[in-house]
Design a protein. Structure first.
Length: 73
């Protein structure tokens, strides 16, 4: 996914295929789109796990990674 249109298409596919959960892998592009990804997952009521703490801080359900400030330290 590299654009808002890609996110929209991905979530349409997720919805059509009846996904029951979502794992967002580590990618800088996803980080830049985090608010859109989080809100779409919430609208579809799909539990999602994200790769950085900043996703959870922005409203995502759960994260399995550090925060960017922790990584930089």
């Amino acid at each position: 996914m590299s654009s808002e249109h890609d996110v929209e298409a991905a979530f349409a596919t997720i919805s059509q295929r009846g996904a029951q959960s979502l794992l967002i892998a580590s990618d800088a592009v996803y980080f830049g789109m985090r608010t859109d990804i989080i809100s779409r997952a919430a609208r579809l009521r799909i539990p999602a796990m994200y790769f950085l703490r900043e996703f959870a801080e922005a409203g995502g359900l759960i994260t399995y990674g550090n925060s960017l400030s922790d990584i930089a330290r």
